[in-house]
Ligand binder design. Structure first.
Ligand code: KIV
Length: 262
């Protein structure tokens, strides 16, 4: 699983064998310039989910229920989840652990909306968790995360995402649940893995969590390309004759005759 926020990336990821495309609320900090994911609106999520859906034909597209799509209670969450499915064509909705999550999960499952639960570090309520930090390092909080994961399964989710939890905790949860776990910063024992595409590609560097593996560093390549373009345009080296379009000689002459009379 990887994140994609638009058609071009979704199409590329699907062609590379990615099974699940997550339209994460991380779009807020990665693409939209917000200081926190809690700023992202439901309309923005739908705009990006629709675009990702256009690009991904077969992969499951999972819409991430944002804070502003659920903060008014379970009915609000249901309306938002329906928008992901009906307006944007998403296959499923991801729900972070937080206020009203049990009621929200029940309501969505009752309405036959496939739900991916999300526990461990939950960025929408990171302030209450002491910031963007690993969760479950002490036994009591590990038990809490374990219970939340099991709760999600009991309520009928098809998968549980574990973010930033110690390896032994993720391993125990994965070994207990029947539904697959998807890990991010949760070690190698999860059934699947997820990363933010821009982290993997070296395109987002405001902060790089320890769990990220940067498979390619595109930023310097893109910078070099854009600097080259700027230099060429300023020096008159771009565009070259091969980048232009010509006219039939006769049409050109007729056009010049018309232009000279102006
Ligand atoms: O919003 C997101 O991209 C996520 C992943 C980090 C799991 O929730």
């Amino acid at each position: 699983m990887l994140t994609a926020y638009e058609a071009m990336t979704a199409e590329l990821l699907e062609a590379c064998g990615v099974d699940f495309i997550l339209v994460g609320d991380s779009v807020g900090t990665v693409l939209l310039g917000y200081p926190s994911v809690t700023e992202v609106t439901m309309d923005e999520m739908i705009h990006h989910a629709k675009a990702a859906r256009r690009g991904a034909k077969k992969a499951w597209v999972v819409g991430d229920l944002p804070y502003k799509g659920r903060n008014k209670g379970p009915r609000h969450a249901l309306e938002s989840a329906k928008r992901f499915v009906e307006e944007a064509g998403c296959d499923a909705v991801k729900v972070e652990w937080g206020k009203d999550t049990p009621l929200i999960t029940d309501l969505l499952v009752k309405h036959r909306i496939p739900v991916m639960g999300h526990t461990g570090l939950t960025p929408q309520t990171a302030k209450e968790q002491g910031g963007l930090k690993v969760q479950g390092r002490d036994a009591a909080s590990a038990v809490r995360i374990f219970r939340e994961a099991r709760f999600f399964e009991e309520r009928g989710v098809f998968s549980v995402l574990l973010e930033c939890v110690p390896v032994p905790v993720a391993k125990a949860i994965t070994g207990t649940l029947v539904v697959p776990t998807i890990g991010i910063g949760a070690g190698p024992h999860c059934d699947g893995q997820v990363l933010v595409f821009q982290d993997l590609a070296g395109l987002f560097k405001k902060f790089t969590p320890r769990f990220v593996k940067r498979y390619v560093d595109l930023e310097p390549l893109v910078k070099r390309a854009v600097q080259g373009y700027v230099r060429d345009v300023k020096a008159g080296r771009f565009p070259e004759p091969k980048h232009g379009f010509s006219m039939e000689k006769e049409e050109e002459a007729r056009f010049h005759r018309w232009a000279s009379k102006r």
